[in-house]
Design a protein around this ligand. Sequence first.
Ligand code: GLC
Length: 535
Amino acid sequence: MSRADSWWREGVIYQIYPRSFQDSNGDGVGDLGGIIRRLPYVAELGADAVWLSPIFPSPMADFGYDICDYTDIHPAFGTLADFDSLLATAHQLGLKVILDLVPNHTSDQHPWFRESREARENPKREWYLWRDPAPGGGVPNNWLSEFGGSAWEYDRRTGQYYYHAFLPAQPDLNWRSSEVRAAIYDAMRFWLRRGVDGFRVDVIWHLIKDDQFRDNPPNPDYHGSDPPSRALLPFYTADQPEVHEVIAQMRSVTEEFGARVLIGEIYLPIERLVAYYGRDLSGLHLPLNFSLLLAPWQARTIAGLIEQYETSLPPGGWPNWVLGNHDQPRVATRVGADQARIAAMLLLTLRGTPTVYYGDEIGMSEAAIAPDKIRDPVAARISGRGRDGCRTPMQWDGTSNAGFSPVEPWLPVSPNFSELNVERQRSDQDSIFNLFRRLIRLRRRTPALASGSYHPLVASGDLLLYVRQKQPDRILVALNLSGDPTAVELSSGTLAGTVAVSSAGDRDGEEVHGRLDLRGNEGAVIALAPETILP
Ligand code: GLC
């Protein structure tokens, strides 16, 4: 694979939630014009690609993850012509553009579903999952919606239920239908032909469900604080063996167009996740790895899961890491502002493609949303699970609405914007934004970080210690995951090198001999000198 073909291996992906990035037409909602205006910022950060959450026509029941036309742009975001200029601007800046493909379900307003629900005999009936009521009446089986309640919605007109893994307004497509497959593959070709560089495929492990519609078994480990859908084990509703055939077909569609990337959203344990690279790597280039997103922020736990992931990957399967997205609480709130820097160092020095969620590069925190400002439908359905707090407008500067919009934004701006914003951090050499920039710059010019091997070193307590290596370069990463000082010493061998990037920015260039003392919440990336002997 040439370097140009494998940009997604060494590159950094930046996720934009379009509604919240930049408003350009003064309606309080972000749009394509706004993204175009801010693309130079993404290039300044040093990212290589942007992934845009859905920008297609949608009633916005789930803010774009409910699509009613796969081959157009929602008017609130702009037009196809705007999209073409976004693509051209991005490419001029050297940025790739990845779109969000949502093939598991459509909006209930999609013409396909409108037809499907018209009559049992409608040719589109088979495009969705329709079932008769159970023999005594009621839902066809015990399947649950990820967003609470039964996954079955009764349709009075035809006397059957349809399946929706998410909202009732998001009916699931029937991926056993070859017509459905052809329709979505054509939509993919529509965008690939226009020049997009790949897709992030929404809930890809959900596409195929059991063809006998068997009941899911109860989950013996269910805790009351888990989302209600966890009460059952999703044996028959997700991660079905036949899904790999569909993914291989999607992969073939992307391959028709050369060096494009296929990324999939998958919340599964590592041992199941790695199957999504497909037989002989015929599946996803990058099955998204959420283990850092879900793990407790504890050095030994994280060391263990890096090890498990690294040793589970199939030969040639390329790793990837995610710290935040539009569905999860902001990392700066999860781990705390001080540890957010350590998290950035981890994300950008592990082996594999990192995804950075917009705003995490300035340490944006989870915003508290007043009840009358809540927009996410999940908030009303599952208490405490609303996702608005991580979707608030990007904090560009200290002017009104943080420079996001001249009018009141669709979600409130976090009150900390006057201190925490891009403009301030740009001019502060020691800001987390500049830490991200220094780390990304270092990755770019250091093959050991971009593509070198990963070797954990023995460490204890709150210290995370590993080496990235590509001969002749060796990089030592030392991260202190606690507020107490710690020391880095090798159990045997000799340590010598120079600090290339330090978390607070004040130790860059420092020489290291024998031992490195780390302050609380401190991390260092050290270019090892040739005399270093590792244990
Ligand atoms: C994915 C998206 C999420 C959406 C869900 C249903 O998990 O990331 O935002 O609500 O799919 O489409």
